[in-house]
Design a binder for this molecule. Sequence first.
Ligand SMILES: *Cc1c(COP(=O)(O)O)cnc(C)c1O
Length: 357
Amino acid sequence: MKEQLTIIESTNKKNRLADDQLVFGKHFTDHMFVMDYSIDKGWHDPRITPYETITLDPAAMIFHYGQTVFEGLKAYRTEDNRILLFRPEKNFERMNRSSERLSIPSVDEKLVLHYLKELLRIDQDWVPATEGYSLYIRPFIIATEPNLSLAPSSTYQFYIILSPVGSYYSEGIHPVKIFVEEEYTRAVRGGTGTAKTAGNYSAAYIAQEKATEKGYSQVLWLDGIEKKYIEEVGSMNVFFKINGEVVTPQLNGSILEGITRLSIIELLKDWQIPVVEKRISMDEIFQAYEKGELEEVFGTGTAAVVSPVGELTWNDCHMTINDKQTGNLSKKLYETLTRIQTGKDDDPYSWTVEVDK
Ligand SMILES: *Cc1c(COP(=O)(O)O)cnc(C)c1O
């Protein structure tokens, strides 16, 4: 059932910063989307309102037990001034899978995508036109019932906020240094690693801080049980090109199922480059390195799209990959995906969705 969307336009529009002043995740548009959930009404009262602070009871369950999920995607402005989303239906499908894990009620995926498009239509001027810039979209759900008992909330709020962001690479795509984390674990099978939920990220800060202190930009996460098998890099999925074949960890119940990861697997298959999803140990990677067969390593995710790895440190083993240069395959994948996302190239896969103005 489609309920009427209420729209309250802002009468106090913000001053926009010039694109080159933007810092990731710090600036927000004029409007946001909100809807409420209660057990008797389900999801109801969808509305677009001015972007504003929210008031919650201090006992709201989100603050105590972290019952929350989020998503992340982007809107891109094309050279001919259209606004495109990249596989947005996948984000709302994944949000519902995350919600299921966190005992949060599901949303109507199609309806929520419709609401997102309405929000983007109202804030369309906020989609940057500068090359490499985009409008980051953050949908999220929080448990709002004031109650300290340990049980799922009976009330929730769903929000979408929008943030204009710069290019992840201010000086062009460049390879990063990665530290293989052996002490802390991001996720284990049966845990919450497959869900985009707050606790996974706050629990990863400590390892990230340790890596930063040692001069690395991200950590490579190993499986939580044997500390042998590769899972992810930072909050990205990870790929290795070994002797002409591309391998990535198989979805094993603790890895987040990235939409960039999926798109890259589909591109490689289309290009007839061998790609395999399997369990990969750090030992195998080191052996491939010693044989001179470790050709490229890269992370994938919405923020960076493709992030090449130039150095990988595992205990005392320091591996230099492709002379610390961006590999040809990493570059081709990055170019292909970003050109489809921004409408520069045709989209033979029907991945992009245009927002009506
Ligand atoms: C969001 C996320 C990814 C990447 O997913 P995309 O859909 O490609 O943006 C990978 N790993 C983690 C832990 C994530 O949170």
